[in-house]
Design a protein around this ligand. Structure first.
Ligand code: NAD
Length: 323
């Protein structure tokens, strides 16, 4: 009897949670995507630069790349040059196509230069207040038709969308917000996780899906829940590997070797954490921990210590490995 009731309750919970997610997802039927003729990217780090380069190369659009640090812009564009030169040397692309793609990237430190784009993709660090401020600014700077996308790994899209206006009933900008969560490294990974907020319109979703396909990517939908799908699954795996390291279950090389050679992934979890950035990993674990309220998402002590030390992985030259 008890098990029958509990089964029927859990079926009801599953059905109502499915209803909750599906009713909050914009309906796509008969919605025409708008054409993206010019893209803006804000944040020229490893993700932003990768997104800009793929958009310029595969989708063939001009891209305004904004970063508040000239040093990051210079580093990002030098990296783009390196990637293009590598593809030319491997005969994946002609020199002339590489030059054309490179010429489509316009770097700037001024966010105001995003005043003529049809879509902007934000890829600044995973810091809630920073993202909220940027979306509040973008709502005023970008044209009134522009799609406002975030590359956040974990933060609520509904919350980011709400930052576009002080009036929650004003959907003029918030209906244009969604997440296009590209995977790292962007030129290589095909998947893009698309997440809508409560406010996102069907037209915004249709336009973003179409543009991701133009970029040669395979978009899939996830619900607006902490960490969405990719990081809800990936980050506890990485965090557990760090806990295994700090509690002596295995050393670095043993942890990475058994997962790499035993589960057929290209690299072990500690090396992957270095590639993602340990600051990003910590921010995502904090969002999972606070957003889901379950102690199983507690960030590893060693992860926090390494971020405190400034050992952020590949991008800072030191993480679990030296670079
Ligand atoms: P990053 O640290 O490599 O780059 C962030 C860039 O943003 C830097 O160049 C920085 O100078 C710039 N920036 C900071 N404040 C800014 C501002 N106010 N205006 C303009 N530019 C500013 O970070 P990343 O790894 O590229 O991550 C960016 C976003 O993508 C984060 O939300 C992260 O969670 C997400 N993401 C990261 C990965 C990954 O593997 N690293 C994967 C998917 C999604």
């Amino acid at each position: 009897m008890f098990s029958t009731v509990s089964r029927s309750l859990s079926r009801h919970a599953v059905r109502s949670s499915c209803r909750q997610f599906s009713s909050s997802r914009p309906r796509l039927a008969e919605t025409q995507p708008a054409e993206i003729k010019k893209l803006g990217v804000i944040g020229a780090g490893q993700m932003g630069l990768g997104i800009a380069l793929v958009a310029a190369r595969a989708a063939g659009v001009p891209v305004t790349v904004v970063d508040n640090s000239q040093k990051s812009l210079d580093k990002g564009l030098a990296f783009a040059d390196k990637l293009l030169a590598k593809d030319v040397s491997k005969e994946k692309i002609s020199q002339s196509d590489a030059d054309t793609a490179r010429a489509r990237l316009t770097p700037t430190t001024k966010t105001d230069d995003l005043n003529d784009v049809d879509m902007v993709i934000e890829a600044v660090p995973e810091i809630l207040d920073l993202k909220l401020k940027i979306f509040s600014d973008l709502a005023h700077i970008c044209p009134s038709h522009a799609v406002l996308a975030t590359n956040t790994s974990s933060i609520s899209i509904t919350r980011i969308a709400a930052a576009t206006s002080k009036d929650p009933t004003d959907l003029s900008a918030s209906s244009r917000v969604l997440s296009t969560h590209f995977m790292n490294p962007v030129p290589v990974q095909k998947g893009v996780e698309i997440i809508t907020g409560l406010q996102t319109s069907p037209a915004t979703l249709a336009t973003a899906l179409e543009f991701c396909k133009r970029m040669g990517k395979i978009p899939s939908l996830s619900a607006d829940s902490p960490g969405f799908l990719a990081n809800r699954i990936l980050m506890p795996y990485i965090n557990e590997a760090i806990i295994a390291l700090e509690t002596g279950v295995g050393d670095r090389d043993s942890i990475d070797a058994i997962m790499k050679n035993g589960t057929n992934v290209p690299m072990g979890p500690l090396q992957l954490a270095d590639f993602i950035g340990l600051d990003t990993c910590l921010s995502i674990m904090e969002v999972l921990h606070s957003g889901l309220g379950d102690s199983k998402y507690r960030p590893a002590v060693r992860l926090r210590q390494m971020v405190d030390a400034g050992w952020l992985g590949k991008k800072s030259g030191k993480g679990f490995y030296e670079y």
